[in-house]
Design a protein around this ligand. Structure first.
Ligand code: XMP
Length: 172
C-alpha cells in the first residue's frame, strides 16, 4: 500500500460543507436546483451537501467523465454518461470533487450551457490552482490545496481509498 497522510479531517469537511450549503441556500432560496454529480469522485460530497440544504426543491442527476490530463493530449475527455434531464431554463449546480487542470469542469460547463439552463453554478470540494490549464474557477469551493495528489472522501488512486472519511495526501 502507498503511504497516506491526513490533509483535511472529517470535522473540517463537515464544517465547511455546512457553510457551502448555507451559501447555496442564500443564492437560490427555494428555487428548484438540478444538482449534477460528477461520478465517481463526488458522490460522497454531493450526498453530504444536499442533506444540509434547507431548500427541498432539489433534483439530482449524474454524469460520468474521465479527463486524461497527464497525457500529451491535454484535452482528452472520456464522456461516459450524460445527464438525463431537460436542463432548459433550469438552475444547475455542477458538483465535482476536485478542480485541477480544469479540463473536466470546462468541458462540462460548456456542454450544459448548450442546453440553455437559466443559471449554471459550479461547486468543488477541492481547488488545486497550481495545475490549472483552463480558465475556470468554481463558484463554491471547499478548500484550496497545494499541488499534491489527494485521495479519500470519494477521491481515488487506482480506484482505492474512496471510502476514507477524510482527505489525505498520497505518496506514490
Ligand atoms: P481536472 O484536471 O479535469 O480534474 O480538473 C478533475 C478530475 O481529475 C481527477 N483528479 C484527482 N483525483 N486526486 C484524485 O484522486 C487528485 O489529486 C486529483 N486531481 C485530479 C478527479 O477525478 C477530478 O474529478
Amino acid at each position: 500500500m502507498n503511504k497516506i497522510k491526513t490533509l483535511i479531517n472529517k470535522k473540517q469537511i463537515k464544517k465547511r460543507i455546512k457553510t457551502i450549503a448555507k451559501e447555496i441556500d442564500k443564492d437560490f432560496k427555494d428555487e428548484q436546483i438540478i444538482i449534477i454529480c460528477v461520478l465517481k469522485g463526488s458522490f460522497y460530497f454531493v450526498n453530504d451537501i444536499i442533506r444540509k440544504l434547507k431548500n427541498k426543491n432539489i433534483l439530482i442527476d449524474f454524469v460520468k467523465i474521465k479527463s486524461y490530463s497527464n497525457t500529451s493530449s491535454t484535452n482528452n475527455i472520456d464522456f461516459q454518461l450524460d445527464t438525463s434531464f431537460n436542463l432548459k431554463n433550469k438552475n444547475i449546480i455542477i458538483i465535482d470533487d476536485i478542480l485541477d487542470t480544469g479540463n473536466t469542469l470546462y468541458f462540462l460547463t460548456n456542454h450544459i450551457k448548450k442546453m440553455g439552463p437559466k443559471k449554471i453554478k459550479t461547486c468543488v470540494l477541492l481547488n488545486k490552482q497550481a495545475r490549472r490549464k483552463k480558465e475556470i474557477n468554481a463558484d463554491y469551493v471547499g478548500f484550496e490545496i497545494d499541488n499534491n495528489f489527494v485521495v479519500g472522501y470519494g477521491l481515488d488512486y487506482e480506484e482505492k481509498y474512496r471510502q476514507l472519511q477524510y482527505i489525505a495526501i498520497l505518496k506514490k
